[in-house]
Design a protein around this ligand. Sequence first.
Ligand SMILES: [Zn+2]
Ligand SMILES: [Zn+2]
Length: 323
Amino acid sequence: MKLSRKVMQPRMFFLFNDALLYTTPVQSGMYKLNNMLSLAGMKVKKPTQEAYQNELNIESVERSFILSASSATERDEWLEAISKSIEEYTKKRITFNPSKSLEEADPEKQEEDSPLGSKAPIWIPDTRATMCMICTSEFTLTWRRHHCRACGKIVCQACSSNKHGLDYMKNQPARVCDHCFRELQKQDNQCTPKSGSPVNHKSPSSALSTVLHSIPSGRKQKKIPAALKEVSANTEDSTMSGYLHRSKGSKKPWKHLWFVIKNKVLYTYAASEDVAALESQPLLGFTVSEVKDENSESRVFHLLHKNTLFYIFKADDPHSAQK
Ligand SMILES: [Zn+2]
Ligand SMILES: [Zn+2]
């Protein structure tokens, strides 16, 4: 399964000694070839957030994407198989090509050296960000999401008004976010002696467009307190994180939200890649109690403060409720 921008699409993958094939099932037993990715320079990783335990991140020069297996076990089997193939393929390349040093072939080493734009980034799925990952303006029907072609983040049009040539796209100018644009310009300056180095493609009308953007053109920018921006939803050193359903009382509607606990503070987000929280609540003096009844299947628990009910939570499965 491949997770694309909006919806999950079934894909069949075939792993060979030197390449990963991905295909679309068409008829019984027939597959249409979508792409063939060389294992050279490919990387597979588990996502950092444990809520996405069925997922696998595939990064290669030509294409990067998120795969979703039907279970965590299946995911781990794929992870192991692909990692092993990459390892064996890399070893073989060194044996066949002794002029290449070990360092060159070591993927860990390449990681630090590979400059921005040399590889296709993983596009963060639309549903995982409700706000621009740079300026935190909220996305609406008119204020649309855009993907930075260099880092894969979801940003608004005002934060991605520049285009820049990217190596993996054969230097064709592509939409990049303001952070990447600055980084790419730095890279340009560092390698100026190279003739025909990446073109600094800033449209001549950029001065005008900056003026236009400062006029609120559908951008909904709420004042967000600094405290809510301290921790982003995908922070790596949280105690735990994941999606839960939350309700303020037994008759109130359920909301599906992303939660992060860090330094004994509970942060609430609308989606897992949002850079600003909706709420933050120190957990000092709070207690948790499990709700026991036949329907709840031990997925429901209460968060209480001095015996007054604060929130009711419902996990998607009993396993994550226990945590
Ligand atoms: Zn923005
Ligand atoms: Zn970017």
